[in-house]
Design a protein around this ligand. Structure first.
Ligand SMILES: Cc1cc2nc3c(=O)[nH]c(=O)nc-3n(C[C@H](O)[C@H](O)[C@H](O)COP(=O)(O)OP(=O)(O)OC[C@H]3O[C@@H](n4cnc5c(N)ncnc54)[C@H](O)[C@@H]3O)c2cc1C
Length: 603
């Protein structure tokens, strides 16, 4: 037993769910999961009960800054602004605090679709998710930390070309050279010796490092990638941007670091920072073209709060445009049709929505199909936050590859592998999931989609979800990129490294695509439209751009065009998605927002 094992939390506060036994509701799992939950909650290193923010029940009547949404970006903005001790900051988050279970890396998947999520569905897809009637599920966390509290924690920034393109679209100050200091500002890289300080830093609030546990099968994938000629990168955020790699992740010694845990928790003793949970902002109050406050619902009661300096909207790609429209900022005809008074006609609000798109290609290998979580793995995690529960399994193995649509120094394909995930299980060692072989999934992603969708209102009632239309695969180049990515994936099965495991495609031919020869390009072009897999890296719906761009929503300092005292700072402002996962870029955007605000107000 290590010393950490005895580090029991001395704080008695009860944490909200979801609890492990809720995430793994099968009767075979209940006993093991209930006991594990108890121990996880009791471990201070894991649950962090004593380090959390204490939310306020009631807010003051006025704050200098009100931040809407405590997710990937909002938690960062709140923490950074409250560094100025004579500024008062209120963070309003629609959901609860993150749960103890969310701190365990291997439980990221069971969290999807759980009570902590908004659980959205897209509608009216003509080219995607056809097997589910043109509707794709969009996971999105409703809690402090937002999606960074249940995402895969993969820390990839995207590429120089991504940001240089943002700058070339008229966004002064957003080139790679100019954004890099803000990535470094956040970062506390736990492997600085290995990754070096040219691209990484230490001392920031966000712990970034490889997970403590890497399944041994990862070595076979790496060998296969090298054998297939895809190359190897020790750090995809460094000089070598292409190839197979073990990624770094936003975790500290096997425990998740959401943006809330990384940025907000250390600010918990600041008296000038208030966090109010279960507080859904329903309207930004605008008078004479200036944001002067917000209205919000807390547990069924309407409240309002005034702001003396700025409202910063960090509600994410779905809810930021939704809130702007509810508040009278958006496309005039659309707002008119719902009887919303138009305070500023901004046609780009909700437009330009896009997400990377993927497809699941599954294989079997010659191994029994066993559960990867058991009492031994759980004990190891509780004792030292290592072992299978301390990682996302094989998903930390990523390949960044170029399709024929790009150049070799600017990959647009991402493959990530899925297996050996220690989550829901009955507990005993070696328990079988099925009598078949072990599955290895590959999430095959096309990372620079051209298709664009939209967020629009379904109602003027703020409690009614907006309409989400991803329009995945509308542009045929996205299908081309995805099909090429699938063929690159299938080629891995021909390597001796994976043949040794009898790595065999297990996707059954789809009835809906039976007109095409199985495994042909035409077949896959059909299959990706049937069984489309969202990446949940949705961006772009409050696009950043100059005033000369009629579809721009915010300017290069994230100020909403035409409204004073109002900024949007989250993933929605990306004019084009970066070529990798969007968590790190969103945190960078939040760092920039806080910096703009501090400079503007003279700090
Ligand atoms: C399943 C999944 C896996 C992912 N995996 C990765 C990964 O491995 N690596 C990576 O880099 N990225 C990943 N991402 C993407 C990444 O997490 C997001 O891009 C990032 O969190 C976006 O941050 P945000 O601040 O824009 O929005 P969010 O993180 O969604 O935060 C928005 C917050 O605002 C709150 N809110 C919304 N409306 C209101 C309102 N009206 N009033 C008050 N509060 C409100 C929400 O509850 C939420 O907390 C993943 C995303 C998902 C969904």
């Amino acid at each position: 037993m290590t010393s950490e094992y005895s580090e029991l939390s001395t704080c008695n506060s009860s944490l909200s769910g979801p609890y492990l036994q809720d995430l793994c509701s099968g009767s075979a799992f209940i006993l093991f999961m209930t006991i594990l939950e108890t121990y996880i909650q009791a471990s201070e290193l894991i649950s962090g009960k004593c380090e959390r923010m204490t939310p306020v029940d009631n807010t003051e009547t006025v704050y200098d800054y009100v931040i809407v949404g405590g997710g990937g970006a909002g938690a960062v903005v709140a923490a950074r602004l409250s560094e100025i001790s004579n500024w008062t900051v209120l963070l309003l988050e629609a959901g609860e605090d993150e749960s103890a279970a969310m701190q365990i890396p291997s439980f990221d998947e069971p969290l999807l679709g759980s009570e902590i999520g908004w659980n959205y569905y897209t509608t009216n897809e003509s080219h995607a998710c056809l097997s589910t009637n043109g509707s794709c599920i969009w996971y999105s966390a409703k809690c402090l930390g937002g999606n960074t509290a249940h995402n895969g924690m993969i820390y990839l920034r995207g590429y120089k070309q991504d940001y240089d393109e943002w700058a070339s679209m008229g966004n002064e100050g957003w080139s790679w050279e100019e954004v890099m200091p803000f990535f470094l500002k956040s970062e506390d890289n736990g492997e600085i010796e290995r990754v070096g300080s040219e691209y990484h830093s230490t001392g920031g609030p966000l712990s970034v490092e490889r997970f403590p546990y890497i399944p041994s099968f990862s070595q076979s994938i790496i060998a296969a990638g090298i054998e297939a000629g895809y190359g190897y990168s020790d750090d995809l955020n460094g000089d070598v941007v292409k190839g197979v790699s073990i990624i770094q992740a936003t975790n500290k010694h096997g425990v998740r670091r959401s943006s809330s845990r990384a940025f907000l928790w250390p600010a918990r003793n600041r008296s000038n920072l208030h966090v109010s949970l279960n507080s859904l902002v329903t309207k930004i109050v605008i008078e004479d073209g200036q944001a002067v406050g917000v209205e919000y619902d807390k547990n069924g009661t309407s409240n309002s709060v005034n702001v003396s300096k700025e409202v910063i909207v960090c509600a994410g790609s779905i809810r930021s445009p939704h809130l702007l429209m509810l508040s009278g900022i958006g496309p005039k005809a659309h707002l008119d049709s719902f009887g919303i008074e138009v305070l500023h006609d901004l046609p780009g609000v909700g437009e330009n929505l896009h997400d990377q798109v993927s497809h699941a290609v599954n294989f079997t290998i010659n191994e029994p199909d066993i559960f990867d979580n058991d009492w031994v793995a759980a004990s190891e995690y509780l004792a030292s936050q290592s072992g299978p529960l301390s990682s996302i399994g094989l998903s930390q193995v990523v390949m960044a590859l170029p399709s024929s649509l790009t150049t070799s120094d600017y990959p647009d394909i991402q493959l990530f592998f899925e297996a050996y995930v220690a989550s829901c299980a009955p507990g005993e060692k070696g328990a079988l999931k099925s009598s078949g072989k072990r599955s290895v999934g590959v999430g095959v992603g096309f990372m620079r989609p051209k298709s664009r969708g939209r967020i629009s209102l379904a109602s003027k009632d703020p409690f009614v979800y907006p309409v989400i239309w991803s329009n995945y695969l509308d542009d045929s180049r996205d299908v081309t990129g995805l099909v090429e990515a699938i063929q690159l994936t299938l080629a891995l099965a021909n390597t001796s490294a994976l043949k040794a495991h009898n790595f065999t495609l297990s996707n059954p031919p789809l009835e809906a695509c039976s007109n095409y020869t199985f495994r042909s390009d035409e077949y896959w072009a059909c299959a990706v439209q049937q069984d489309t897999l969202p990446e949940w890296h949705d961006v772009g719906s409050c696009k950043m751009g100059p005033a000369s761009d009629s579809m721009a929503v915010v300017d290069h300092q994230l100020r909403v065009h035409g409204v004073k005292g109002l900024r949007v700072a989250d993933a929605s402002i990306m004019p084009k998605v970066t070529s990798a996962n969007t968590g790190a870029p969103t945190i960078m955007i939040a760092e920039r927002a806080a910096d703009f605000i501090k400079n503007y107000w003279g700090r």
